[in-house]
Ligand binder design. Structure first.
Ligand SMILES: C[S@@+](CC[C@H](N)C(=O)[O-])C[C@H]1O[C@@H](n2cnc3c(N)ncnc32)[C@H](O)[C@@H]1O
Length: 221
């Protein structure tokens, strides 16, 4: 099992992710709702963290269940949804058993996101839907200076897939737990290589340059 970087900051993350005045989290949830659509059925919230999106998934008519590596994060999540402590690359779920799976703000937290996408594809039922909502791989990361929202400066670090704690924001999540970067092509290829059909891609941001990229994909019937 990979390292649970969030154990030490789970109380801080709980406050950060459940801040009801966060316009960013509202946007993330709104994109998630648009791409996930309405249930019913089980929706696995992969890398669920503190379960910050469980209420939204439930509002859409799904029955959320959460999976995360961090016991600290799950201590908060368990008040919001049923959870299991597991690695997203080795899920304790039967093949073809769930109609929906989501990853929200998760891909920069693991060294091998394509393996997690492949594992999500395995547990999805034929016709099932995968939704990924994450930071935009082109405009958010250690390689992007975002101190001026209208003029993001990208450096050559875009090509690096190594973990780093370098961040333009010294008090945010990434300065605390670090991040892996996945270039755009790697992310999209991970979805198609897993045998999923890409059905929608959304870019979202509060300024002209988007800071969120979301993908909807379907497992062929
Ligand atoms: C930025 S948090 C996002 C949490 C939640 N999805 C949200 O949007 O608030 C990333 C989460 O991914 C979890 N994580 C990282 N690697 C994982 C893995 N291999 N399997 C399961 N969870 C993992 C971390 O423990 C952390 O809770």
């Amino acid at each position: 099992m990979t390292t649970a970087y969030y154990d030490d900051i789970a109380d801080w993350y709980e406050e950060y992710a459940s801040d009801t005045s966060s316009v960013y989290m509202d946007r993330v949830r709104s994109v998630l709702a648009d791409l996930l659509g309405e249930g019913p059925g089980r929706c696995v919230d992969l890398c669920c963290g503190t379960g910050a999106h469980a209420a939204e998934v439930r509002r859409l008519g799904w029955t959320p269940v959460g999976v995360d590596l961090s016991g600290g994060q799950l201590r908060h999540a368990r008040a919001r949804l049923p959870v299991a402590r597991a690695d997203a690359t080795a899920l304790p779920l039967a093949t073809g058993s769930v109609p929906a799976a989501v990853f929200v703000l998760a891909h920069t937290d693991m060294p091998n996101y394509p393996a997690a996408i492949a594992e999500a594809a395995r547990v999805l039922a034929p016709g099932g839907r995968l939704v990924h909502v994450g930071v935009h791989p082109c405009f958010v990361g250690a390689f992007a200076d975002r101190s001026e929202p209208e003029r993001i400066v990208i450096d050559g670090g875009y090509a690096s897939r190594k973990r780093t704690v370098r961040s333009w924001n010294t008090s945010g999540v990434r300065a605390r737990v670090g991040a892996w970067h996945l270039p755009l092509a790697d992310l999209l290829n991970a979805v198609t290589t897993a045998g999923l059909r890409l059905t929608q891609v959304v870019e979202n941001g509060s300024a002209a340059v988007p800071d969120v990229l979301a993908v909807q994909a379907t497992k062929p019937s």
